[in-house]
Design a protein around this ligand. Structure first.
Ligand code: SF4
Length: 381
């Protein structure tokens, strides 16, 4: 745990699978598995060999899946276990992803008492047509109600997740979505373009011509509107898809984008340990079974990166951040010379005014954000 400042906890269950989702999650058929899973989580954390040192935990992130389905007392017990095992900073950010269907007021209060100090609400849209098309369980009425509940529970630091580029969405309806999100007084808004893997049901329906995704120009217009509206409402863009009130940027996600090490717990949870990416066994049953028998769950090594691969990953992640990469720090960390190693590609994009190298930083021009995937892929090729 020497250098790990973040903890990720994965809960791979959802009331049902959304039509666009390719995350590691599955529909919850039997609710009794939730308590068994929570117990297994607690045991896995308890069995974890902590190397105490000067490094303190800066962020804990409960993701999924839908972690807010778990029993509040069980979450509370897991938080106690985490605090026994790890040293927390005074201001550790502790986020839980919430879906509207599990955001009742008393549950939010209990989660807050358990130490959850940041909520990320998977609203996705404030319009029922969009939600239906996405295959979400909730409707817009529930989104409004949960936002009221978040405020009533005294949780000031909360994010609203939105999706744009949904078939049928117009500039006007997306603008209304942004307006409704801002009016809900969150501290953070994430706005992601709908992108579909071939394996998801929505992809097939689009292939069959049932509905259409917006073309690139329309999607770029929606993205431009997002930046313009959120910036004008004092949400500062700090990453390609993320906007926050000053000081409310998500610490945990910044850890990912800075390619920092973190420890994952739970079935399918990924950890980053210097040059190795590890993943806990994905079967929830195997995970629960191993821990019930006082054994550690199986962990696979997904990737072993050499120094150059690790540097390349840190480069493309870091360029997602609006402030970009601090060149000297990067060179020291990876014992490299960033500007020399990527001289050709940096010059090409600098000439196009899509990339800047100034005052010790390498960063994308905002005009490059929407096409960043292509640019970042170029750095890897
Ligand atoms: S709630 Fe999130 S994780 Fe669960 S199925 Fe829907 S998109 Fe996937």
């Amino acid at each position: 745990m020497k250098n790990k400042t973040g903890i990720y906890i994965h809960v791979p269950f959802c009331p049902r699978k959304c039509a666009y989702c390719d995350f590691f999650s599955r529909p919850l058929k039997d609710k009794s598995i939730l308590d068994q899973y929570a117990q297994a989580l607690q045991k896995e954390i308890q069995m974890y060999k902590t190397v105490s040192g000067p490094v303190k935990i800066q962020s804990v992130y409960w993701g999924g899946g839908t972690p807010s389905l778990l029993d509040t007392d069980k979450v509370s017990a897991i938080m106690v276990q985490l605090r026994r095992q790890f040293v927390f900073a005074d201001d550790t950010e502790i986020t839980m992803e919430f879906n509207p269907e599990s955001g009742q007021r008393h549950r939010l209060r209990r989660f807050a008492e358990a130490g959850i100090n940041r909520v990320s609400l998977g609203a996705q849209s404030f319009f029922d047509d969009d939600l239906k098309l996405l295959g979400r369980v909730h409707n817009s009425r529930l989104v409004y109600r949960v936002i009221e509940n978040i405020h009533a529970a005294g949780i000031k630091n909360f994010n609203i997740d939105l999706i744009f580029g949904i078939p049928g969405q117009t500039i006007t309806s997306w603008e209304a979505n942004l307006q409704k999100a801002v009016s809900s007084a969150p501290s953070h808004i994430s706005a992601y373009l709908l992108q579909l893997e071939e394996s998801v049901p929505m992809y097939k329906r689009i292939e069959q011509g049932e509905y259409r995704l917006p073309d690139d120009d329309s999607a770029a217009d929606l993205y431009a509107l997002t930046r313009e509206r959120l910036n004008s409402c004092n949400f500062v863009q700090y990453e390609i898809s993320n906007f926050a009130r000053p000081g409310k940027e998500c610490k945990h996600n910044i850890l990912y984008w800075r390619a920092g090490d973190y420890q994952g717990f739970g079935a399918g949870a990924v950890s980053l340990e210097s040059s190795r990416r590890l993943r806990v066994v994905q079967s929830a049953e195997d995970y629960i079974g191993a821990l019930a028998a006082d054994k550690k769950p199986d962990v696979d090594i997904l990737e072993e990166m050499n120094e150059a691969e690790k540097a390349a990953e840190a480069l493309i992640l870091g360029l997602r951040l609006c402030e970009g990469i601090y060149i000297d720090e990067f060179n020291r960390r990876f014992n490299t010379n960033l500007i020399h190693d990527y001289a050709g590609i940096i010059k090409r994009y600098e000439d196009e005014n899509l990339l800047h190298c100034e005052k010790g930083r390498l960063y994308l021009d905002p005009r490059a954000y929407f096409i960043s995937n292509y640019i970042l892929a170029d750095f890897l090729s």
